[in-house]
Design a protein around this ligand. Structure first.
Ligand code: AMP
Length: 281
């Protein structure tokens, strides 16, 4: 694996190599099997694998969350090497934002900007678009590999690619889970043993929604799920939402024939977890 820290050097190297097909997997590090599954997917598709590790300050609406974000760089490098990443881009904040982190562009994300994650994390998706726009400019991949775990992020980045009219295809990989059903996440290391057990009820709640959404009213299902999460040890539920799978607009009982997704964001202690499930495959 070749490691680059400078954007200009990486860009020049890629221009010289002129690879047939480059797949790119952006990450914020603290890698787990979910991240590695995206590297494997990219390799299966016979693309040159470029991964990046960059904890992007502009997508953290809560500075405390940014400070607490886990960093496990040496282990990450070994994992990526082992998984077969060909290139790792490991930039500093100055490399990504040479003119400073203040945004100069506002991306028009429509409804996706202010709903669900956008509502609870103001500015988050502008920060995500800012960093991914910059990374795509440097790397110019053919394919962008993302995890469906961050469902709204996948929709936002498809919107970004459409807005910028870039020739990049998104492949969204499935969510990897612990045996308990808990979605793997870099933030899970901040859960103690008891909290980890409790956290699995997010996934069980999502499965329950999937099993019952055709026969039970959606508003009832949402209210019951919120109560269940609180009873199972969650201290705060930001949202339980059953929504249109493309627009994330709230679904009602008349929209059960559409493609729907259920999404949850809730706190165990001070750790905020998100997860989702497609109700119609
Ligand atoms: P992050 O490091 O959290 O920014 O995540 C980097 C990429 O890995 C994103 O596209 C995530 O959606 C994806 N990812 C995170 N957790 C998982 C998981 N449990 N399964 C699959 N992909 C994941």
């Amino acid at each position: 694996m070749i490691l680059f820290r400078e954007a200009a050097t990486l860009h020049l190297f890629l221009e010289k190599c002129n690879y047939q097909s480059v797949g790119f997997i952006p990450t914020m590090g603290a890698l787990h099997e979910g991240h590695i599954s995206l590297i494997s997917l990219c390799k299966q598709n016979a693309e040159t694998v470029i991964s990046s590790i960059f904890v992007n300050p502009t997508q953290f609406n809560d500075p405390a969350d940014f400070k607490k974000y886990p960093v496990t760089l040496s282990e990450d490098i070994l994992k990526l090497e082992h998984a077969g990443s060909d290139i790792l881009f490991l930039p500093s904040v100055d490399e990504i934002y040479p003119k400073g982190t203040k945004a100069t562009v506002h991306y028009d994300l429509g409804n996706l900007e202010n709903t669900l994650e956008g509502y609870y994390r103001p500015g988050h998706f502008q920060g995500v678009c800012q960093v991914v726009h910059r990374l795509l400019d440097i790397i110019q991949p053919k394919t962008l590999y993302l995890g469906r775990k961050d469902y709204q992020q996948c929709l936002v980045l498809q919107k970004l690619i459409n807005l910028l009219n870039l020739p990049v295809k998104i492949i969204a990989g499935p969510t990897l889970r612990e045996p308990s059903g808990l979605a793997m996440s870099s933030r899970n290391v901040r859960l103690n043993t008891e909290q980890r057990k409790q956290a699995a009820s997010i996934y069980h709640s999502l499965q329950n929604i999937k099993n019952n959404f055709r026969s039970v009213s959606l508003s009832r299902l949402v209210a019951d799920t919120e109560n269940l999460l609180i009873r199972n040890g969650f201290v705060k539920v930001d949202y339980v939402s059953i929504a249109d799978a493309q627009t994330l607009e709230r679904a009602d009982d008349r929209s059960k024939e559409k493609a729907l997704v259920a999404l949850i964001a809730a706190f165990i202690g001070d750790v905020r977890l998100i997860d989702n499930i497609l109700l119609t495959e």
